[in-house]
Design a protein around this ligand. Structure first.
Ligand SMILES: Nc1ncnc2c1ncn2[C@@H]1O[C@H](COP(=O)(O)OP(=O)(O)O)[C@@H](O)[C@H]1O
Ligand SMILES: [Mg+2]
Length: 247
């Protein structure tokens, strides 16, 4: 579905990504992990068009999207949630999602229909109903993350990029989020997730890619990656069992 070939990105003197080869298969939940500053968010920003690579190519469904602007990439079916939550602070939860529902739509789209879709999505991501009419600036970060996910789903993505969406959740909220992401995937949406909590990666992903200093150092099943000496040394610090339990 997605193929990145020899992708590089430099910020001034800093090589954030170096010749990264990387694919996402249709229907899977792939994980992207690595230490802070290893280039995970940069890679998602290149895929979604926020940044342009200095060199390399990005293909989505056999089409070259390397040079397309983010709104065109979104229209083609790739949507990203950001690591730092963003919203229209004065607008209500529903209005924030409505903006996404109406994005790329015909001018004639019924507002009532769009409103119903926005509320349906907010319900799906688990925002409690009494929060729907509250301005985003008065909501907490967990609620804003739910809105962000609803906004992403509102664009009908084929490939959903999630950048540390589960950060700050309690273990129970984390389990609910894992179920939600599985449910989204079962609806036919391919997922690429950046996440630090290995339990989440183990519970969700069929394949994991590890970045270190902007380079891909390992790729494979969660079990393979967690048993890789180099990955253990530079990132995990200790071995993980297949169950996700620390030894
Ligand atoms: N817009 C930017 N301008 C300058 N440096 C950046 C920018 N975005 C990221 N970086 C740098 O690129 C490196 C990789 O960052 P990032 O992709 O955010 O890492 P990660 O998401 O893995 O923590 C870091 O050293 C970061 O400081
Ligand atoms: Mg990041």
């Amino acid at each position: 579905m997605l193929k990145c070939t020899q992708v590089s990105k430099r910020f001034g003197g800093l090589q954030a990504l170096k010749n990264v080869d990387f694919t996402v298969e249709s229907g899977e939940i792939a994980g992207l992990v690595g230490p802070n500053g290893s280039g995970k968010s940069t890679l998602l920003n290149l895929i979604s068009g926020v940044y342009k690579p200095d060199s390399g190519q990005i293909l989505f469904l056999d089409e070259d999207i390397t040079k397309l602007p983010p709104y065109r990439i979104c229209a083609k079916g790739i949507t990203k949630t950001s690591q730092t939550v963003q919203s229209f602070p004065e607008m209500t939860a529903t209005e924030n999602v409505l903006a996404s529902v109406l994005f790329n739509k015909e001018k004639s789209t019924e507002r009532t229909e769009a409103l119903l879709r926005a509320e349906e999505l907010l319900g799906f991501v688990g925002l409690s109903k009494e929060k729907f009419g509250i301005p985003a600036k008065s909501l907490n970060v967990v609620e804003l993350r739910k809105i962000q996910l609803a906004k992403a789903l509102a664009t009908n993505p084929k490939l959903l990029l999630l950048d540390e969406l589960l950060t700050g959740l309690t273990p129970k909220e984390c389990d609910e989020a894992i179920e939600l992401i599985k449910q989204i995937n079962r609806q036919g949406i391919t997922v690429l997730i950046v996440e630090h909590v290995m339990r989440v990666i183990m519970g969700l992903c069929n394949r994991v890619i590890v970045l270190h200093h902007g380079e891909k150092i390992c790729e494979g099943t969660p079990q393979h990656v967690c048993n890789d000496q180099h990955v253990v040394k530079v990132y995990l610090g200790k071995r993980f069992l297949l169950s996700g339990e620390e030894e």
